[in-house]
Design a binder for this molecule. Structure first.
Ligand SMILES: Cc1cc2nc3c(=O)[nH]c(=O)nc-3n(C[C@H](O)[C@H](O)[C@H](O)COP(=O)(O)OP(=O)(O)OC[C@H]3O[C@@H](n4cnc5c(N)ncnc54)[C@H](O)[C@@H]3O)c2cc1C
Length: 382
């Protein structure tokens, strides 16, 4: 039996209440899955990582991954709410007792959404250490100025975990110092120094630009120690990569399930197209590679949950899973022929959704660069 089979089964059952036409309709009107999130939350699956004392299930990353995988497998789009799982580690590990007491029970109960994570800037994409958005301490407040880009779900989240510069780059000894993490109440900030501007993308992703113009936030919004935020964010990045790998595995299973079903049923030249090895082999290859990616993803999650080093496994899992998801998507479209292009089959929607994961939250080149430098000990390139 697979690990967390009970969670898998329960989430798969829950997803049958939100069939593909639910997600398709949201995609066409760029809607947000409020109804799905409410049910996911009410049944406790969005708060799996929150400790029991704060109203969550107190489970590990593997359980969270299984939830996301099953939603992706059903044809849903976990990108609409996955940030709550990525960002949770930062709050759990580095948040103050007050922050945890105040926010976690409300997040677990679904009263507050922590769905926005603000790192990327127009002049600092992959190069996070070059971010310029600043938070200057003034008495019992910080004054935030700057700009972020690609900050997803800001319009649908109550809280934003923000990375900002609290000391100029020139003033710090180690280049990883001087950045700090803040928990910002978006509802209070909008109109008082925070402006959110949506960005239209090829898939329904609710991503935005954020403009900070003298936004005042209370000093106790600081998470952990001032100047140490980059390390906290790095900590969370392994979790993020592992969870994305689970989503990609779910996408693969969606594409392979759908393509094999179609290939068995669709008859051309008097026989099912699945009888042709030209159709079979790409599906068999996608399946084999998916199983390998799945093993690495489970390995990464179990190391993470055991508190052991897992950067190599997390990076490899994300690399393999995002690449095979894209290959499975392409194979599925090819298997469906013309129908792969029609919206009513949901293949083209999932094809668009899964493409993201070779770009964000970290691009494939940067993962290869991590493996080259930190695993193979090749010379540093940047
Ligand atoms: C839909 C969407 C949602 C997102 N959501 C969020 C979010 O919620 N919060 C957030 O903070 N960010 C978010 N991001 C940002 C995402 O993390 C970045 O897009 C990603 O990190 C890449 O940064 P960039 O787009 O600026 O690309 P760039 O850094 O400009 O890089 C462009 C390309 O050049 C390559 N490249 C750059 N340097 C090197 C090098 N040294 N060697 C080899 N190749 C290199 C990269 O791999 C990439 O392929 C989102 C992005 C998208 C598209």
């Amino acid at each position: 039996m697979n690990s967390h089979q009970d969670i898998r089964d329960a989430v798969a059952k829950l997803c049958t209440r939100f069939p593909n036409n639910y997600w398709r309709a949201l995609d066409s009107k760029r809607g947000y899955p409020d109804a799905f999130i409410k049910v996911l939350n009410d049944e406790g699956y969005l708060s799996v990582l929150i400790p029991e004392e704060y109203g969550g299930a107190g489970l590990g990353l593997e359980a969270a991954g299984v939830v996301l995988e099953e939603i992706a497998r059903s044809g849903g789009n976990p990108a609409a709410f996955h940030a709550q799982m990525y960002t949770m580690g930062t709050l759990l590990k580095h948040g103050s007792a007050r922050q945890k007491q105040y926010y976690l029970p409300k997040i677990a109960a679904g009263e507050l959404r922590l769905q926005a994570f603000g790192v990327t800037e127009p002049a600092a994409g992959t190069d996070t250490l070059s971010i310029r958005t600043s938070a200057k301490r003034q008495g019992d407040k910080y004054l935030v100025n700057g700009q972020k880009v690609w900050i997803s779900r800001a319009e649908h989240s109550d809280l934003l975990l923000l990375l900002a510069r609290t000391s100029p780059q020139e003033a710090v000894q180690r280049k990883t110092d001087g950045l700090s993490v803040f928990l910002v109440d978006i509802r209070q900030a909008v109109g008082h120094g925070l402006t959110i501007r949506p960005i239209q993308t090829m898939m329904n992703h609710h991503t935005t630009e954020l403009f900070f113009d003298n936004l005042e936030i209370a000093a106790d919004c600081l998470v952990g120690e001032e100047g140490k935020g980059f390390r906290y964010i790095l900590d969370g990045m392994n979790a993020e990569r592992i969870l994305i790998a689970y989503e990609c595995i779910g996408d693969c299973k969606f594409f392979i399930d759908r393509a094999t079903e179609y290939a068995r049923e669709r008859v051309v030249f008097g026989r099912s197209i699945g009888q042709n090895q030209g159709i079979q082999f790409p599906l068999a290859r996608a399946y084999a590679q998916m199983r390998a990616a799945e093993l690495m993803t489970n390995r990464a999650a179990s190391l993470f949950d055991a508190g052991e080093a897992c950067a190599e496994q997390a990076n490899i899992a994300k690399l393999l899973a995002s690449e095979v998801a894209w290959m499975a998507a392409d194979t599925c479209i090819q298997t469906y022929g013309g129908c792969g292009m029609a919206k009513e089959y949901d293949i083209e929607r999932k094809f668009r959704e899964t493409r993201l994961y070779q770009v964000a939250p970290i691009s494939t080149n940067l993962i290869l660069s991590y493996i080259g430098e930190h695993v193979l000990h090749l010379p540093r390139s940047f």
